[in-house]
Design a binder for this molecule. Sequence first.
Ligand code: PHE
Length: 334
Amino acid sequence: MATLEDLKEKVRSLRTEFQQALAQAQDLGLLEQIRVRFTGRKSELTQLLRSLKDLPPESRREAGELLNTLKEEFLSALQQKRQELEAKAVQRLDLTLPARPLTWGTLHLLTLTLKEILEIFAGMGFTIEEGPNIEWDHYNFEALNIPKYHPARETQSTFFITDEMLLRTHTSPVQVRVMERKSPPLRFVAPGRVFRVDPFDASHAPAFFQMEGLYVDRHVTFAELKGTLEAFLRQFFGEETKVRFVPSHFPFTEPSAEVLILWRGAQGREQWLEVLGCGMVHPNVFRAVGYDPQEWKGFAFGFGIERLAMVKYGVPDIRWFTENDLRFLKGARR
Ligand code: PHE
């Protein structure tokens, strides 16, 4: 570059070239190429700035001003174009596209089972009651005809908080609490957590769910107990289910029975499985709540909710209910 005139000519043509190139830039990638080409280290503009020192001293100042103005022009035009392109990129987001599918949760198998069971009992006119997890000795044992010397009170099988307070070992105390509060006739089920000092293995858990049932009226018979429980078990496990009652013992019922169903397990082998405890309410329980045992009769039953779910849905290990393994929660392991 020899003269100031040459330089002015050069600036003019660079400006035109730049403006044409910029008008073509459709995206940020092309814009970056233009920036490098016109203002980068190897650009003509940068070369010209470097060669300013070769100009005759009297024209150096004016030439410097010319080139620097051009550079600023380029940079601010690039900046503005960048903002335009970015704004357009946002507009290109198609807001009408369908949203990504949500991953829905599912109800826990225990919740599903509980709902199933409650619906069956609701259909037979049972209402729902609840009692506290932390219970007085009186409700958990004493009023249920389990006196102080009874082996069921062994500390190994019970979480005591004080001598008189414990984590309930069954839902039967709800029988007593409801009878104390309400007068007969009564017909309710009472689901809830129970606690026992048990190992945590495939078939035991220190905390699990039970459901209690109580029916009290003037003329309640063992035949009604059988009919009610058979109807429940057939609705829950299937109409063809065979049900068997065998004599048993609970301090708060007399007579007492265990209920078994004939069930085809995973290996296809049929087996009698114990699923329920029940019996006619013991007169001492009625006495403890101030009901006259001559006037009132009743039946009671209780069962483990996990246990019923395990049998029906083929769950081999009670720990699966609390492990939160997604394969189990999504139903893939049943
Ligand atoms: N409470 C008893 C248990 O936990 C079950 C039961 C309830 C038995 C009601 C008879 C009547 O094993």
